[in-house]
Write a protein that binds this ligand. Structure first.
Ligand code: NAD
Ligand code: ZN
Length: 389
């Protein structure tokens, strides 16, 4: 089959690779109908996630049709139209049982690599390096889906692919970001980053009771989408002093809840990348957590900082004094796909949110390398490029 493979920093190629097959009783094979780019893939392109290997298939936000199931799969059958969460969970461990799926004890086949790199071990993620289990990604014609009964969800009739695909990753991540804030009626929520994850965090903040949402980015087309579709007030951080503006907009008090939907973006953090071709491994350097610092400094006393933007290694000069003296609450994590996807599919089916406006380009898999170049530079008003293998 055809697949989009990672071959080094900023190097992607469409290659012929073997078709996947069932390896464990709980596996399903899904024919991918849509697979989206995600900001997390940029960390792979930038070389910030350790342990990518040349030839690894990337991609993790996807949907498709079940074409084969293992003997242990109970809830799915051939022909089902499903969305698959990007983070894998076994369903049986202590963490899956308590709905903290991205902390799963069993779905990462190489937990020792993650442990060595980050000092902890978490769940496997499709197409997201060997530290996260070395699972083949979704930018391919077919994909093996382990723990298929837990991670795949039938798409309700009437929900179109263009909306459903984002319930795989961007929407549950944005929703979790807002959920972690502990929003109370009347709250002002600020979201740094108006990408797919940020847009969904803004919409989710309203669903969870926010009165006011403020979006921060530097791309006017993304801010415009935030304004029109997510009903956010917007700030362009290249045109205003963010801390001053937020102070003024909240009467000097500061926003109640602050969401980091950016993470270690190269433009912002200047994380230095070192890729060792011989070892096929990436060494992380430290970066400046510009967004996180702003969020901590801006947040009102006793407020919440919620982080879904991805961080890999160490970050410099984290303003611990401000955080401590303002009694801030921090919540963060890779998202709990299996916890949120069912209710988000229901919300989309009910018309509460239509994430399809984020899909700006629907391209073939052959255009993968070009699609990522555009997505990385955010040219052509690109928000989400979706490949249709
Ligand atoms: P994206 O690249 O489409 O959007 C990121 C946006 O952040 C861009 O529009 C960029 O201009 C903006 N930005 C950069 N620096 C900024 C700054 N200083 N202030 C305000 N905005 C700034 O990416 P995305 O798909 O929306 O993903 C966003 C983040 O969420 C990434 O770090 C990604 O890895 C992470 N993510 C996390 C999870 C999870 O499970 N926690 C899941 C998916 C994505
Ligand atoms: Zn588990």
């Amino acid at each position: 089959m055809k697949a989009l493979c990672w071959n080094g920093i900023n190097e992607l190629n469409v290659e012929r690779v073997p078709d996947p097959s069932i390896l464990n009783p709980g596996d399903a094979i899904v024919r991918v109908t849509m697979s989206s780019v995600c900001g997390s893939d940029l960390h792979l392109l930038d070389g910030y996630v350790p342990t990518m290997k040349e030839g690894d298939i990337i991609g993790h936000e996807f949907m498709g049709e079940v074409v084969e199931i293992g003997p242990g799969v109970k809830k799915l059958k051939k022909g089902d139209r499903v969305v698959v969460g990007s983070v894998l969970g076994c369903g049986g461990c202590e963490f899956c049982q308590t709905d903290q799926w991205s902390l799963c004890d069993n779905s990462n086949t190489n937990p020792e690599i993650l442990e060595k790199a980050y000092g902890h071990a978490g769940a496997g993620i499709f197409g997201y390096s060997h530290a996260f289990g070395g699972y083949a990604g979704s930018h391919a014609e077919y994909i093996r889906v382990p723990y298929a009964d837990h991670g795949s969800f039938k798409v309700p009739e009437g929900v179109k692919d263009e909306a459903a695909v984002f319930t795989s990753d961007a929407f549950p991540t944005g929703f979790m970001a807002a959920d972690m804030c502990g929003i109370e009626r009347g709250d002002t929520v600020v979201v740094w980053g108006a990408g797919g994850v940020g847009q969904m965090a803004m919409q989710s903040a309203y669903l969870l009771g926010a009165e006011r949402v403020i979006a921060i980015d530097r791309f006017d087309d993304r801010l415009e989408k935030a304004r029109v579709h997510a009903k956010a007030e917007v700030l362009n951080y290249e045109k205003v002093d963010v801390l001053e503006a937020l102070k003024e907009m909240t009467g000097g008090r500061g926003p109640d809840r602050c969401i980091d939907a950016v993470g270690m973006e190269a433009h912002t953090t200047g994380v230095e990348q070192v890729y060792d071709r011989a070892k096929q491994a990436v060494r992380m350097q430290t970066g400046r957590p510009a967004v996180l610092r702003q969020a901590i400094m801006a947040c009102r006393k006793g407020g919440t900082v919620s982080i879904v933007g991805v961080y890999g290694g160490l970050i410099d000069k984290f303003p611990m004094g401000a955080a401590m003296n303002k009694a801030l609450t921090f919540k963060m994590g890779q998202m709990y796909a299996q916890k949120y996807i069912p209710q988000l599919l229901d919300r989309v089916a009910a018309g509460e949110v239509d994430p399809s406006y984020m899909l700006t380009h629907k391209w073939s898999l052959d255009q993968g390398p070009e699609g990522y170049k555009m997505f990385k530079k955010k040219t052509d008003n690109c928000m989400r490029v979706v490949f249709t293998p």
